[in-house]
Design a protein around this ligand. Structure first.
Ligand code: CTP
Ligand code: MG
Length: 220
């Protein structure tokens, strides 16, 4: 089974508020995107496509190994993954879509996703339980309802797919559609999505505090 990784790295990182695109922000001296690519390769992915902001291609090329293929991303994550998938080429059996913003994802998570695909799942996502009491509030901010959390899960990346399944799902998605993740794209096409254990270390860097926490994880 050959696997291609598509890394979504074309966002600006507005909530992080750094002086450069979030994927180029450094963690322990290396850009987030370099960490994300390394974890895919260490976990068993054979080749990697990275979607980048058009203006920053040179900086990404300098930050990544020469074997990584760079493509211009789009205005939304959905558009960026669509572009990355188109550039991934027909050689691979499976595709793993990963956020550059999850730099410390352990390679074990990648391996679990690949194992589920090898066992026949058409789509698989890493998930974690919800540990906090979770409620719905009304327009006035009052608690309207508590949500039983036993079956709730937080969804991470990398998300894995049979390549033909993901290509067909994106082909059937209206141009300009914006979904929060790739599992939602295949679910919209009626494909069942399996789950494997995620990892707290695969947390997404969104706001400055997340980068601070990631820094503590790699500090020695
Ligand atoms: N992403 C992308 N193309 C976009 C928007 C996002 O490839 N047009 C990528 C980001 O680079 C990131 C991942 O999708 O690795 C998850 O998105 P998010 O954490 O929201 O990153 P940004 O959109 O860059 O951040 P923000 O929403 O704070 O601006
Ligand atoms: Mg975003």
């Amino acid at each position: 089974m050959s696997a291609v990784g598509v890394v979504a790295a074309a966002g600006s990182g507005s909530r992080l508020g750094a002086d450069r695109p979030k994927a180029l922000v450094e963690l322990a001296g290396r850009p987030l995107v370099a960490w994300a690519v390394e974890t895919l390769l260490a976990g068993g992915v054979d080749e990697v496509v990275v979607t980048v902001p058009a203006a920053d291609r040179a900086a990404f090329a300098a930050a990544l190994p020469g074997r990584v293929h760079l493509v211009e991303g789009g205005a939304t994550r959905t558009a960026s993954v669509r572009a990355g998938l188109a550039a991934a080429g027909p050689g691979a059996d499976v595709v793993l879509v990963h956020d550059a913003a999850r730099p410390l994802t352990p390679p074990d998570v990648v391996a679990r996703v690949l194992a589920a695909l090898a066992a026949g799942a058409p789509a698989v996502v890493p998930v974690l339980p919800v540990v906090d009491t979770t409620v719905v509030v009304d327009d006035g901010g009052l608690v309207a309802d508590a949500v039983p959390r036993a079956r709730l899960r937080r969804v991470q990346t990398p998300q894995g797919f049979d390549r033909a399944v993901l290509v067909a799902a994106y082909a059937g998605l209206p141009e300009g559609a914006e979904l929060t993740d790739d599992a939602a794209v295949v679910r919209a096409a009626g494909v069942p999505v399996a789950t494997v254990d995620g990892d707290e270390r695969a947390a997404k860097v969104t706001v400055p505090h997340d980068l601070h926490l990631a820094g503590l994880q790699v500090a020695r």
